[in-house]
Design a binder for this molecule. Structure first.
Ligand code: FAD
Length: 321
């Protein structure tokens, strides 16, 4: 059975996030030959609508309003609910990002529908949509079958491959006017913390530090390695609690969930709460001076040694290639 599926394009610092393109690929599977519609909310979003089409959306819908320039749950919910009323889709897909996690359950509850969160894959079995999602902090995966009704889902970044970008793809872009009103919050100013250019949840390479890094200066060493590799810096909660780095870098059960191609864990013991956020990384390298550290149980490559000796050697090596 073919379906119409809407994908919310997520714009961050003037760019569409990769997870938006991954969501289009997921929506294609869900729609099974039906229509995938990119939805863009903001102030001036036509270019982004075109980009969604280049990545495989059949057409795009924009809602432009000054109150949609920065995300607020009130304004975005009003806009998406209006689009649902007009477009009458069978499915909506969001990224499993801070925005997607905040917005999707609000809208699903308002339209009295359910939500599958944090899906890492999905398949369409003759109209039944089967989602795969991690459970028990990533120790197992469950499959959930949805047989009908309006389906809301969030997909975990870096798990579903996007389609190739093709400039030759074309599609209609329509604009919908929404009377956004009675807002309880309005964004006056956005003040960003500077935590490096690459978004942790979408980074392909992460160099992550734990309490073993011992200081803020120790993290500068990890930053040097991450910059050389074109990656981002992450951290355990141990390192954040010790104030070696900002909590926005925390990876784990109560931090960010990441799935990079390469995760280099430096001075991290491998507590279950940390592993919950990074165990699905494609290749894990652990550097720890304790050969019994639990992180080695999930590492593909382990280096038993002092990170203050090993990391400078890696930096030297990568500089020379
Ligand atoms: P430690 O456990 O102290 O490990 C430090 C490691 O560094 C050791 O293995 C040591 O051998 C090694 N080391 C020391 N010096 C060196 C050196 N010079 N070279 C190489 N290795 C060295 N934690 C998270 O990370 N993320 C979460 O989201 C999270 N959520 C939590 C939620 C709850 C409800 C609770 C109770 C805990 C949570 N935790 C979380 C905390 C978690 O249980 C651990 O306490 C934390 O992950 C430990 O951080 P760590 O590995 O950096 O520190």
């Amino acid at each position: 059975m073919t379906k119409k599926v809407i994908v919310l394009g997520e714009i961050r610092q003037g760019e569409l996030r990769n997870v938006s393109f991954e969501a289009i690929a997921a929506a294609k599977k869900m729609a099974d030959g039906g229509e995938v519609v990119g939805l863009l909310l903001g102030d001036n979003v036509t270019n982004f609508a075109n980009e969604m089409i280049c990545y495989g959306a059949d057409r795009a819908v924009t809602v432009e309003h000054p109150n949609l320039q920065a995300y607020t749950p009130d304004a975005y919910s009003q806009a998406v609910i209006r689009v649902i009323e007009i477009e009458k889709p069978e499915g909506l897909i969001f990224g499993h990002t801070a925005l997607g996690k905040d917005l999707s359950p609000r809208i699903a509850a308002k339209v009295k529908s359910g939500l599958i969160s944090d899906a890492v894959d999905l398949e369409n079995n003759s109209g039944e949509i089967i989602f795969t999602r991690p459970i028990y902090a990533g120790k197992a995966f469950e499959k959930r079958t949805i047989r009908g009704g309006l389906i809301f889902a969030t997909i975990r970044p870096n798990n579903i491959a996007p389609l190739d970008k093709k400039e030759s793809r074309t599609g209609e872009i329509t604009s919908i006017d929404v009377d956004i009103k009675d807002l309880r919050t309005v964004i006056k100013e956005v003040v960003r913390k500077t935590t490096g250019g690459i978004d942790l949840s979408e980074a392909k390479i992460i160099v992550s530090g734990g309490r073993g890094v011992k200081s803020k200066e120790g993290f500068e060493l990890l930053e040097e390695l991450a910059n050389l590799l074109g990656g981002a810096v992450g951290a355990s909660r141990g390192a954040c609690d010790a104030e070696y780095c900002d909590y926005s870098l925390q990876i784990g059960q109560t931090g960010k969930v990441v799935t990079p191609d390469l995760y280099i864990a430096c001075g991290i013991s491998g507590a279950i709460q940390h592993i919950a956020g990074m165990s699905n990384s494609k290749v894990i390298v652990a550097i720890n001076k304790d050969p019994e550290a639990n992180i080695f149980s999930i590492a593909d490559y382990g280096i038993v040694g002092d990170l203050f000796e090993v990391v400078p050697l890696l930096i030297e090596e990568f500089k020379s290639v």
